[in-house]
Ligand binder design. Structure first.
Ligand code: ARG
Length: 562
């Protein structure tokens, strides 16, 4: 039984005016652990029983059966419970040992599907830090949902359609060079795209040409299709290099183009339900009732839009995956788009529109300035990842020059550092992209946690420790107790992260656990001969196991040696 439940059931035996559920909801954590582990505040009883809360608390302290606890003490208006540290520490450690990496696994999801729209960069455009955030957050959420018993489908909804491809074709045919594109696809294609947008200003005819080429593409013209395919393939080669570095995989690469021939059904429903209004030749859905601007579904020339494709996409996902949740990990700047999308689908009569969640996130800055290609304040992802790995390697050289697989470890630390820094931030907040802070071994960083993990592994190797389910691993000291409470909390932490679509809950937890272990380590000679030696090793073992699992949920590797 969970600690709070134990307390609530004991309290319920001596309290007539509140039921167990109500008591459970009142339980809180004392401000300091010297005061106890869990507190019952007597304020709300004061009104019911017409007595001072202090009197109620001391009265309860007399009546309650305290044999299941270390002690139960009334302190002012609170009844403070001190849990039985010896008993609970052994229980928790044995449970972690027994479950192994399965510890914290839950069945809330019952194997139901959650679709996760993540990463979703645009073909022929650079992979931005926003796409990095989406990739890293989406991947972590997928791991967290799986730990809650859901099945996840990670969909990279590539931005591979739109009028810009027509313009790009015109630019390529005029100024492009196949070899240059092959050598540096996104760079070259972006240059072409920027150039044509410049030249359009003097030569509006180019815009019309672009429109025609896009029309050709939409009509399946072989030359246009071949060029489009080529741009897409070349861009993907580049994106895949980044995904390889990050160690992220997808279940589907169905992007915008996939929905070209799937939009009619949605538009037809809108029409049948009388939801389409005409305005200057364009078709739109009014969303006044939702306090939103109208959603433009078709332009006056009949062209479809981003949202038109997203309507088809959502319908396809509902049908194909029968999701319990359809999650979109996309930056805050698209909030209105997703509100409109949800509202339109609601109007269309799809109840599952309630299960669509825009998991939004804030902007990344560099040197506290907004990123801007124009002002040269940009983050080029591949060189940046490389730089993180190099920095990690330099620190490893310094700390442990004899380490065997330095390259591999440097990769895990460098990439882990970038991911962890992103994930520890409440996702709605932005952050400043500061490589030095990210890769630091001190502070609230990925390397700090990885280092704590590797330190434990080294201790366990020295002791040649093997956990034994028959041994009693009880501990009583305050440093161990802080760790025990955290270990016990892990399943709830995962649930909270899942319910709030917030990987930072897991990241912050991992920081607390690593810090608690380091305090224990500073205080205790773990390897010294002592009656508690085995318990201390078992506690270290369990801590390492949970640290590794928390990092895994965040998509961060934990090297055995560092
Ligand atoms: N490609 C878009 C962008 O880079 C993100 C797509 C998000 N997913 C979606 N289903 N709309 O801004």
């Amino acid at each position: 039984m969970d600690n709070k439940q134990l307390i609530a059931s004991e309290l319920a035996k001596v309290l007539t005016s509140l039921d167990q559920e109500a008591i459970l909801n009142l339980l809180e954590q004392p401000k300091s652990s010297d005061l106890g582990d869990i507190a019952f505040p007597a304020f709300s009883l004061a009104k019911i029983e017409r007595k001072a809360p202090q009197a109620i608390a001391s009265d309860l302290a007399q009546k309650i059966d305290s044999s299941a606890f270390e002690k139960v003490v009334a302190t002012g208006p609170y009844l403070n419970f001190f849990l039985d540290k010896s008993k609970i520490s052994n229980q928790v450690i044995q449970e972690v040992i027994k479950e192994g990496s399965n510890y914290g696994q839950q069945d809330q999801g019952q194997g139901e599907n959650i679709t996760i729209d993540l990463s979703s960069p645009n073909i022929a455009k650079p992979f931005s830090v926003g796409h990095l955030r989406s990739t890293v957050i989406g991947d972590a959420l997928s791991n967290i949902f799986r730990k809650m018993g859901y099945n996840t489908i990670k969909i990279n909804h590539l931005g591979d359609w739109g009028k810009q491809f027509g313009l790009l074709m015109v630019a390529y045919k005029k100024w492009g060079d196949q070899k240059a594109v092959e050598a540096n696809p996104i760079d070259e294609l972006l240059k072409l795209y920027v150039r044509i947008n410049e030249e359009i200003k003097n030569d509006p005819e180019l815009d019309e040409e672009g429109r025609q080429w896009f029309k050709k593409l939409e009509d399946g013209d072989p030359e246009a299709t071949e060029l489009w395919q080529w741009f897409r393939d070349e861009s993907l080669v580049e994106f895949n290099r980044i995904y390889d570095q990050l160690g992220v995989q997808f279940d589907s690469l169905n992007g915008e183009a996939f929905y070209n021939d799937k939009m009619d059904e949605g538009v037809q429903i809108l029409e049948d339900k009388g939801l389409l209004k005409e305005s200057k030749g364009a078709q739109l859905v009014e969303l006044d009732d939702y306090n939103l601007p109208p959603a433009l579904i078709k332009k006056s020339d009949g062209a479809t839009l981003y949202i038109t494709r997203d309507i088809a996409t959502a319908m396809y996902r509902a049908r194909t995956y029968n999701f319990v949740k359809n999650v979109y990990v996309v930056g805050q700047e698209q909030s209105n788009h997703f509100r409109q999308l949800k509202a339109v689908l609601k109007e269309m009569g799809f109840d599952w529109s309630d299960d669509m969640i825009h998991v939004d996130f804030g902007l990344v800055t560099k040197n506290k300035q907004k990123l801007s290609t124009r002002k040269g304040n940009i983050i080029l992802l591949e060189p940046t990842i490389q730089e993180a790995i190099t920095r990690a390697k330099n620190q490893i050289e310094e700390k442990n020059p004899d380490l065997e697989n330095k390259e591999e470890v440097a990769h895990a630390v460098g990439v882990g550092a970038i991911k962890f820094y992103d994930l520890k931030t409440d996702r709605r907040n932005g952050y400043d992209f500061d490589l030095e802070a990210m890769v630091s071994f001190e502070g609230e960083t990925g390397p700090y946690i990885q280092y704590a993990y590797a330190r434990i592994q080294s201790i366990l190797r020295k002791a040649n420790f093997q956990p034994d389910p028959a041994v009693d691993y009880s501990l009583q000291d305050p440093e161990s107790w802080e760790i025990i409470k955290l270990l016990q909390d892990f399943p709830r932490v995962i649930k909270r992260a899942s319910d709030n679509f917030e990987p930072s809950v897991v990241a912050k937890y991992a920081i607390s656990l690593a810090q608690a272990f380091n305090r224990f380590y500073a205080h205790t000679r773990i390897l010294d001969e002592s009656p508690e030696r085995d318990s201390r090793l078992a506690l270290s073992y369990s801590t390492a196991l949970v640290l590794k699992e928390a990092l895994r949920l965040l998509g961060v590797d934990a090297p055995e040696k560092m």
